[in-house]
Design a protein around this ligand. Structure first.
Ligand code: GAF
Length: 384
């Protein structure tokens, strides 16, 4: 039985009703990493790895959840929405934020499972939050638009789960469009869809199978380092609001010699924003080779200046770089583990798979997991 049938059957057996079925995808980001919380640009897309939810209303105010993949359940009520420090917080957080914003979902049942490998940096948590919000909107006819829902997902993660993430993951998962990337301005939330014009080239994810415990603490540290840089620069340039407003000459003049660490962090972000703009121009011109070079530049910056990579991710990118059929590769997402994203010519896919599999194993003792991903639509209903 496939996953959707298993979720449906589990729901029917547990709650004696037919569920609404929702698909909420994970995401990739082609370039523009750690730029979202600095009010910069990102270039993500929703992918064919997703969280699936079977959801239905209850006649009381209870909440009954089944995490199918984990074989775990949660039962509670709408009157007690407090963090449990478990997976249930991704659902409870969304319910809590809906209520705080004045939208009143009733009690509901939810069975969910997915195809996004845990800890792979493909945003399973944003997908789950979006899926829950989308389902509540449908089941209780709340009339919310997608942007409102994804902002509530981010608030759930920031306030309830306690991870100070930016807007990129929720945006990509909710707003994704098949065969398109989203160019998102994280300051204004203005966005455009750009068709992926990469004939004969595949997006390949290489999962390092590493999940460092550092990710949350170091993520928050990077945020504070960027904020510290902005505060310092504001003493010279009172009008700047974020690193979005900062240029390399400003950094070179005031930060390079006074605080080399903060300089490197800020310089990475300023340069990554520029790489993204150059990358979008390259894609528009059909120059995927140039885009690929910018991806290598992004990885270099993430590894040496922003210091959010890890040996395994560096090894994956190094192996990719040796292959002629690979146009670009870099670590993706928060860092310290998870996946690299690679642009690989279709006629080189077999050699690439072979090389990564053998060399990664030889150099790390670990098995890399490869996935050729398709770009799909954002969070959506599956059944009518
Ligand atoms: C994680 C966060 F959730 C995103 O908001 C973003 O900052 C990303 O790391 C780094 O680009 O996925």
């Amino acid at each position: 039985m496939d996953l959707l049938s298993q979720l449906t059957t589990t729901f029917q057996d547990a709650f004696q009703a037919d569920p609404l079925l929702i698909c909420s995808p994970g995401r990739v980001n082609l370039i523009g990493e750690h730029t979202d919380y600095n009010e910069g640009f990102v270039l993500p897309a929703a992918i064919d790895k997703a969280i699936y939810l079977a959801v239905g209303p209850r006649s009381d105010n209870e909440l009954h959840f089944v995490a199918y993949d984990l074989n775990k359940t949660y039962q509670g009520t709408l009157n007690r929405l407090e963090p449990t420090h478990t997976w249930a917080d991704y659902l409870l957080g969304v319910v809590a934020q809906f209520r705080l914003a004045g939208h009143e979902p009733g009690g509901f049942n939810c069975v969910f499972g997915g195809t996004i490998p845990m800890g792979s940096g493909l945003s399973s948590s944003a997908a789950l939050e979006n899926g829950v919000g989308f389902a509540l909107n449908e089941v209780f006819s709340l009339g919310l638009d997608r942007i409102t829902m994804l902002k509530l997902s981010q608030r759930a993660e920031n306030e309830f789960v306690g991870a100070k993430v930016g807007i990129m993951d929720m945006f990509a998962s909710m707003m994704g469009k098949a065969d398109h990337v989203i160019k998102l301005d994280c300051r204004s939330l203005d966005y455009t869809y750009a068709p992926l014009q990469m004939e004969g080239i595949s997006i390949v994810l290489c999962d390092s199978r590493v999940k460092h415990s550092l990710v949350t603490s170091e993520y928050n540290t990077r945020r504070s380092e960027c904020e510290a840089g902005v505060r310092f620069l504001q003493t010279f340039y009172p009008d700047i609001k974020s690193l979005r407003d900062v240029t390399m000459p400003m950094l070179d003049r005031h930060l390079r010699d006074t605080d080399p660490l903060i300089y490197r962090r800020c310089a990475y972000v300023v340069q990554e924003n520029q790489r993204l703009l150059d990358g979008v121009a390259a894609l528009e011109a059909g120059d995927v080779a140039q885009f690929g070079q910018l991806m290598y530049g992004s990885h270099e910056g993430l590894s040496h200046w922003y210091e959010v990579s890890c040996p395994e991710l560096d090894i994956l990118v190094d192996i990719a770089h040796q292959q002629t059929g690979v146009l670009g590769a870099r670590m993706m997402g928060g860092g310290f583990g998870g996946c690299t994203i690679n642009l690989v010519r279709e006629n080189a896919l077999d050699d690439f798979t072979d090389l990564i599999t053998k060399q990664y194993k030889a150099q790390t003792g670990k098995d890399a997991y490869l996935h050729v991903c398709k770009i799909q639509n954002g969070t959506h209903r599956i059944n009518p």
